[in-house]
Design a protein around this ligand. Structure first.
Ligand code: NAD
Length: 329
């Protein structure tokens, strides 16, 4: 059986990546739409053959509870709206997939987790890299201690864009815009899966912010410390290009460079191995993995409880940047 997916939020990522990727899945079918801009519906309905009765607005979306054709609501809206939409979707009894970053604070994440638990539905976060086969090889190297105990790591995730404007959510701090939430979550999550360790402190952090009310960070740098004293460096930007996850161990190193593009993720090791294989479409693998976890009642690769830890680290990075002090996590 295929799961019926309803996309909530018909913006850039939904139209450019997720809807096309759904066409390539084995276990999912795009069957529903939920939008705050109903004028978008006719084109989407035509393009993806979606029934009128499976089309909702933010005002009518709670009626999806009575729609047996829909199994999952996939929340793809600005980050500050993830909590409310996820709780509402969970309360309709549908499973929820929610885009990264999970939410603004660990407390919001907890509300999302609690709502899904209360309703007996699963909550998966759209961490596409954790499903990507090259990246999964890197994770295996860490789990096997293939190059001995880890000695250090860095994760850099940025792109050289224009500073986001004040009238767009990506340029608004209170909507979850800015380098650290948007791109930095890849570096924080990358260090988590790359080291298989949780940091105990942010040693130091710095942010370069837009000089206007509600302006966002354009670049953030940070140093994490782990229980055994090892440290890792992270940096992230929406105005500078870099993209790599590098793991140092006693007997060698291994890395993803680049670590998080939609295609062309590439892994290599100090002894000349290339991690593979190339992957045609990460998002379709992600959604099939998450669908199988629902259909078979197995564990998700990236559940809300995992992503909540990254939001805790992000908040500690912000606190460290603001106070100039080390912050315990
Ligand atoms: P976008 O601006 O292109 O689209 C956002 C959509 O949400 C639009 O349809 C917009 O009308 C709607 N929206 C705007 N403000 C809203 C509000 N206040 N309440 C409800 N809806 C609102 O953004 P996007 O690039 O599609 O990003 C959406 C989400 O997807 C973000 O959380 C982002 O981090 C995530 N994303 C993930 C990836 C990935 O690779 N996993 C890539 C891009 C975006």
């Amino acid at each position: 059986r295929k799961l019926g997916i309803a996309i909530l939020g018909l913006g850039g990522y939904a139209s450019g990546q997720i809807a096309p990727a759904l066409q390539l899945t084995e276990h999912c079918e795009l069957r529903g739409l939920i939008t705050g801009s109903p004028e978008k519906l006719p084109e989407w309905q035509r393009k993806y053959n979606i029934k009128e009765e499976n089309s909702y607005t933010y005002d009518t979306m709670d009626e999806i509870a009575d729609n047996d054709e829909i199994d999952v609501v996939y929340v793809i809206t600005p980050t500050a709206t993830h909590r409310d939409f996820t709780v509402r979707a969970a309360n309709t009894g549908k499973h929820v997939w929610c885009e990264k970053p999970m939410a603004m604070t660990p407390e919001e994440c907890q509300e999302m987790i609690d709502a899904c638990n209360r309703n007996g539905v699963k909550l998966a976060i759209g961490y596409r890299m954790m499903h990507e086969p090259n990246t999964r090889k890197l994770i295996e190297l860490t789990k096997e201690k293939a190059y001995g105990p880890l000695t250090g790591a860095h994760a850099y995730a940025g792109y050289a864009g224009s500073p986001p404007p004040a009238d767009y959510w990506r340029g608004q701090r209170d909507m979850g815009g800015g380098a650290l939430y948007d791109m930095g979550v890849y570096s924080v999550n990358g260090l988590a899966y790359g080291t298989q360790l949780q940091p105990v402190a942010v040693v130091k952090a710095g942010q370069r912010r837009q000089d206007r009310p509600n302006g966002v960070d354009l670049t953030t740098t940070y140093t994490l410390r782990y229980p055994d004293g090892m440290t890792a460096e992270g940096k992230t930007s929406v105005v500078e290009d870099y993209n790599e996850l590098h793991i140092e161990a006693e007997n060698g190193w291994y890395e993803m460079d680049p670590m998080q593009p939609y295609t062309g993720v590439k892994g290599s090791t100090s002894d000349g191995k290339v991690l593979g294989p190339p992957v045609p479409n990460q998002q379709s693998i992600q959604m099939d993995d998450d669908a199988l976890a629902i259909l078979n009642g197995t564990e998700l690769i990236a559940p809300g409880t995992l992503a909540q830890k990254d939001i805790r680290v992000i908040r500690a990075i912000i606190e460290s940047a603001e106070t100039g002090k080390e912050v315990k996590i």
